[in-house]
Design a protein around this ligand. Sequence first.
Ligand code: ADP
Ligand code: MG
Length: 422
Amino acid sequence: MAKAIEINNGNGFEMGEPYFCTECNRNHTKGKIYKEHLEFARINDSEEKDSNDKSENINDENDDEAELLKVLDDLEDDSNLNENEEINEEINENDDQIEDNSNNRSNKNECIAQVKKLPGVGEATLSKLIKAGFDSLEAIAYTPPKIIQDESGLGEKTIAKLIKASMEKLNIGFKSAEVIWEHRKNISRITTSSQELDNLLGGGIETGSLIEFFGEFRTGKTQIAHQLCVNVQLPKELGGLEGNALYIDTEGTFRPERIIQMAEGLNLDHETILKNIVFGRAYNSDHQILLVKEAANLIKEKNIKLIIIDSLIGHFRSEYIGRGTLANRQQLINTHLHDLLRLCDIYTDLAVVVTNQVSAKPDVFYGNPITATGGNIVAHGSTIRVYLRKGKGEQRVAKLVDAPHLPEGEGIFSITEEGIKD
Ligand code: ADP
Ligand code: MG
C-alpha cells in the first residue's frame, strides 16, 4: 500500500519548526520528513521495531558525522556491490526490485562522489551539502546561491566557488542549438491513456517540463493526476517511464481506491502500483513549499519520474486574502514555482504536473472570462498549460493554451470507472 504521509501539527505550523506527525507519533525534522516517514513505514511493515533506533538525536554534530560516515560507507559498500553484482548477475536477474534499488543507490552515490571531488569540499562541507539535499553537481549549479546558503548554512564565498566549479564540470554556458536538440531528443513522455490528449500534448506528458492542468471543479484534474501516477510506472513501450510517482495533495482528494481501479483497468498489480506512489499531504502553503524541497532528496533514491501537485495555488489563495497581501503571495508562489522548475532542469527524466483552479475574472468582457488562479506568475512558470472544461456526460474537453513548441488545439477525453479513456 502507498503509505499515506499524514503530517499534522495543528494550526501553528512555521517553516523550519519541528512538527508533530500523528502517523508515527513524533516530531519531524526539516530536511528529513519523507526519509523519516519511509523509515517508519519500513519498520512498521516488517514489524522489526527497535526502540533504540528511534531515540531522538541529542547531539547535532555527532549526528552530522554519523550521517557522513554512513554515506561514505555506502559509497564503499556500493563499489563492492558492483563487483559482486557482476559475479552474481545471473542470480540477480530475476530480482528486478533489488537491482533497481541498488542502481538508484549507486546512481546517487556516484553523484555524491562527484560533489566530493569539487575543489574545497572537505567532509564538513560535504555533510552540510548532503543534509540540505545538494547531492549532485546539477543541484548545486542550478540553485540560486541564496537558497543554498539558507539551506546548508555554508558561507557565501564557498557557495560561489562551488557553483562555479559545478557549472564548469557540467559545461553550462552558451551551447549550440544542436546540443539543445540532442538534449530534447532524449525527452520521454508519459501517456495520459487518451490518444487525443496525448496527441494534443505532442505525444504525452513530457519530461523536463512543468505541465499545468487548469479548469473548474470536476473537470478531471485530479483524475488525470491519478492516472499519470499509474501510467508513469508502465514499461517504456507502453507509454510509461518505468519510474515512480510522488504525489503532493493539498486538497485531500487523493484516493487509493481510484488508483486500484485504474491499475486494474490496465491489468496491473495494484499493490505494486500503490507501493510505488510516494504520497504527501500538504496542510498549508508553508508545508507545501517544504514538501517540494524534501522531494528533491527522494527523486534519485526512490526512482521518482513524476511529481504531482494537486492543487498548486489553493492554500496560497485561502491564506493570503485581500489586496494588501497579494504581492507577498505572488512572491511566495513565484519561489515555489522556481523550486519546481529547477527540479525539471536538474532531472531531465522527471515530469512535473500541477493542477490549478480557475476563477471568474470580472473585468474580461469578451472571450472566456475564466482564468487560472495565481495570475501571470503561474502562467509564465508553466511550460505547457492545458485548460479543461466539461463536455457531454463523462466527456471532458482539453485545450492547449500555451506551449512553446505545439500548436494550439483541442482534444476530447472521457473519465470512466477504469480511468482516463478516449
Ligand atoms: P477536479 O477537476 O475537480 O479535480 P476530478 O478530477 O476529481 O475533478 O473529476 C471528477 C470527475 O471524475 C467527476 O465528475 C466524476 O464524474 C469522475 N469520476 C470520479 N470517480 C469516478 C469513477 N470511479 N468512475 C467514473 N467517473 C469518476
Ligand atoms: Mg481535484
